[in-house]
Design a protein around this ligand. Structure first.
Ligand SMILES: [Zn+2]
Length: 329
């Protein structure tokens, strides 16, 4: 008799908690802001590996930053779980800097799904799966943002005007590498730089495709491999995130170059990359150099700008301005 009562008691508790979680889920659905619902619709219809439902379930937040065409830059925070432990570091994870690298967005959603279940408070995460919504969410997805700028050449780095102009000339003015007319001329790169300044990550992980390697910038040493991807230093480019955050601000930047832009790595590879990444982060951050550089953030920024202003009007940056006018027309 006592046993039966006990069973009944636990059964009713289970039913009540089930019911309340169902109610909580439906409440959450109602509370999702329109900007996120609309963008999730567009993401779900664009990407084969991310459904509208999955995107909505991710509980992304609107950063209130907007792309050139007014689309939201969405972010998910996995906060510290202080009742369990103090996080060993802050990590910023970014996908979709280049809008035609579909897999770089999809894999970040897959990794968020892992975090949704297993976030243990080991790290404090900020995750932005799609930094360039205008690039991806259009009929023919494009690498560049809506101003035709390569966001990974628009970050502040020393001698920006001179160096990006020289670099762009070397690409024979390839429109796919156009760095913009000024560092941080674009709202998307402005958001990223401000996010770094605000959040002060101990590491940044940025996902791209399709070179099938791992790149690393900043205080040594980067991960030797993540899943099937092996470390191969690609080089330092003016205006790139690796140069700006890694070399200038001393924040380790892990650039994951997936093997294909349009094909996701296997399920097994996706989770192996993740566990390798967590392992590396666990034993390698925060770096002392990163912590030492944070109080100097504004100084480093000013120093880079001072350098940039001096060469603002040299002939080579004329080309950048002309291209901007051409794109605008
Ligand atoms: Zn890319």
């Amino acid at each position: 008799m006592y046993q039966n009562c006990k069973k009944l008691f636990f059964l009713s508790i289970t039913l009540v908690s089930l019911l309340s979680s169902v109610l909580a889920v439906s409440e959450e659905k109602i509370q999702i802001p329109a900007s996120i619902q609309e963008e999730c619709q567009r993401i779900g219809h664009k990407l084969g590996s991310v459904s509208v439902t999955r995107c909505l379930q991710s509980q992304l937040q609107d950063t209130s930053a907007r792309s050139v065409n007014g689309q939201a830059i969405l972010l998910k925070e996995y906060p510290p779980l202080l009742e369990r432990r103090k996080p060993i570091g802050r990590v910023l994870l970014i996908g979709g800097t280049h809008g035609d690298e579909y897999a770089s967005v999809s894999i970040v959603f897959k990794w968020m799904k892992i975090l949704d279940v297993y976030h243990s408070g080991l790290f404090h995460w900020h995750v932005a799966p799609l930094m360039n919504p205008d690039g991806l969410l259009q009929k023919h997805s494009a690498r560049l943002n809506a101003h035709g700028v390569d966001l990974n050449r628009n970050m502040p780095t020393p001698n920006w005007h001179e160096e990006t102009a020289r670099y762009w000339k070397n690409t024979h003015h390839d429109p796919r590498r156009y760095p913009g007319i000024e560092p941080l001329s674009e709202p998307e790169s402005q958001w990223l730089y401000n996010e770094i300044k605000r959040f002060k990550p101990d590491a940044i992980v940025s996902v791209h495709a399709p070179y099938g390697v791992l790149d690393f910038d900043g205080p040594p040493v980067g991960p030797r491999k993540l899943g099937q991807l092996h470390l191969r230093l690609i080089g330092v480019y003016p205006g790139s995130l690796g140069n700006s955050a890694g070399i200038q601000h001393r924040i380790p930047v892990v650039t994951v170059e997936l093997p294909y832009a349009g094909i996701m790595p296997s399920k097994q590879q996706t989770s192996k990359m993740w566990t390798d990444l967590i392992h590396w982060l666990r034993y390698n951050i925060p770096k002392e150099e990163t912590l030492a550089a944070y109080p100097l953030f504004e100084d480093i920024d000013k120093h880079m700008n001072a350098f940039s202003q001096k060469v603002h009007d040299d002939g080579s940056s004329k080309q950048l301005q002309l291209h901007a006018q051409k794109v605008a027309n």
